[in-house]
Write a protein that binds this ligand. Structure first.
Ligand SMILES: NC(=O)C1=CN([C@@H]2O[C@H](COP(=O)(O)OP(=O)(O)OC[C@H]3O[C@@H](n4cnc5c(N)ncnc54)[C@H](O)[C@@H]3O)[C@@H](O)[C@H]2O)C=CC1
Ligand SMILES: CC(C)CC(=O)C(=O)O
Ligand SMILES: [Mg+2]
Length: 352
């Protein structure tokens, strides 16, 4: 079982280190780790945020464990050299079109949610976000209007097959959960969304036992804080899913808690090839202080064991250990506490 470890920038290396300690504590047989440069650190060492050797390492692995990329000192670089291009490039190159972002209440954490405890306690949803299309990957440019004003544009588009495959992912996921898909779009305004809705309806016909509702993204943002417990599977595009998942994290308690799996169709001898990362970024404001919450990355490693290595028992062990650490009062700064990154990693290891 080969894992390409790509820690990246900012708090990426800090949280990845703790996830690796947890994996190490499980003493899994046959695990081999390879580490590669990615993001701003790769740009400085190799002149590119996603060097060829890193890409080759990811392609040859059975799974990728990714920290985060992003570095304010790179913000003025040409777009294709920005650190963020590394994660976008990996997702596209590896055809990881299905991004699963589960958000579930932790017992004892309801009071730390941005929502009232009785509302927060009911949250148990998964955002199924399309990850290789939409406005993130559309043609983009800067120019000038005819009357000389600066303008910038990004093309938003989805082809029907792109919508169809992510819709199947969502309906299959709903079949293993509470049987409900909420497809989130902006079909009252966007042509892209009108096609999205049409194709989702076609796919829904193949899943008669799953209920489907459509919701505009502005309403979805509101409903997510009004009654998050009403959502089961949220199916949406790249841009809307990015925004709604950060919002969902605060319904649970913190962005430092939400994990993700980015999957495609490629199968290895152990499971589905995937890339696993916390939903947060490189958090430059707290980087280097050792105070980031590594739980999102640790939970991403659990998702890796489940989806890429078929080790459900070990995945559940990690998830129980994280829940137990929270139940025992472990709190990073993001949750108003003072436990540092390493202490949280240690606490999770002790509860495996
Ligand atoms: N997948 C990736 O690599 C992502 C990269 N980014 C990049 O990260 C950089 C920073 O972006 P931001 O918008 O600030 O988002 P961010 O998610 O890095 O941080 C937002 C806020 O949440 C806090 N935070 C995030 N993760 C935390 C953790 N584990 N523990 C405690 N606090 C945590 C940060 O300190 C900050 O106040 C940018 O360059 C951005 O492009 C952003 C999101 C995802
Ligand atoms: C570089 C960004 C597109 C990454 C991000 O914000 C995300 O995937 O959540
Ligand atoms: Mg994001």
């Amino acid at each position: 079982m080969k894992i390409a470890v790509l820690p990246g920038d900012g708090i990426g290396p800090e949280v990845t280190r703790e996830a690796l300690r947890v994996l190490d504590a499980l003493s899994l047989p046959g695990l081999t780790l390879f580490e590669g440069d990615v993001g701003g650190v790769a740009y400085r060492r190799h002149g590119h945020p996603l060097p060829d050797e890193t890409l080759a390492m990811a392609r040859q692995a059975d799974a990728v464990l990714f920290g985060a990329v992003g570095d304010p000192s790179c913000d003025t670089l040409e777009a294709h050299l920005r650190p963020e291009q590394a994660v976008l490039g990996l997702r596209k190159d590896l055809d990881l079109f299905a991004n699963l972002r589960p958000a579930k209440a932790f017992e004892g954490l309801e009071d730390l949610s941005a929502l009232r405890p009785e509302i927060a306690g009911a949250i148990d949803l998964v955002i199924v976000r399309e990850l290789t299309g939409d406005v993130y990957f559309g043609e983009k440019a800067r120019g000038q209007t005819e009357d000389g004003r600066r303008e910038g544009w990004d093309r938003m588009a989805y082809a029907e097959d792109e919508v169809r495959r992510i819709a199947h992912t969502a309906f299959r996921a709903a079949g293993t959960r509470r049987g409900k898909v909420t497809s989130v779009d902006k079909a009252n305004v966007l042509e892209t969304s009108r096609l999205w809705r049409e194709v989702v309806e076609e796919v829904a016909a193949e899943y008669p036992d799953i209920s489907l509702e459509h919701m505009y993204v502005d309403n979805a943002a509101m409903q997510l804080v009004r009654d998050p417990g009403a959502f089961d599977v949220v199916l949406t595009g790249n841009l809307f899913g990015d925004i709604l998942s950060d919002q969902a994290s605060m319904c649970v308690g913190s962005i430092g808690l939400l994990a993700s799996a980015s999957l495609g169709e490629r199968q290895t001898e152990y499971g589905t090839f995937g890339l696993y990362e916390p939903i947060h970024g490189s958090a430059p404001d707290i980087a280097g202080k050792g105070i980031a919450n590594p739980m999102a990355t640790i939970l991403s490693a659990a998702m890796m064991l489940r989806h890429s290595f078929g080790r459900e028992d070990d995945a559940a062990r990690i998830e129980r250990a994280v829940a137990a650490a929270l139940a025992d009062g472990l709190r990073g700064g993001d949750l108003g506490g003072s436990d540092n990154c390493e202490a949280i990693g240690t606490a999770v290891c002790q509860r495996l």
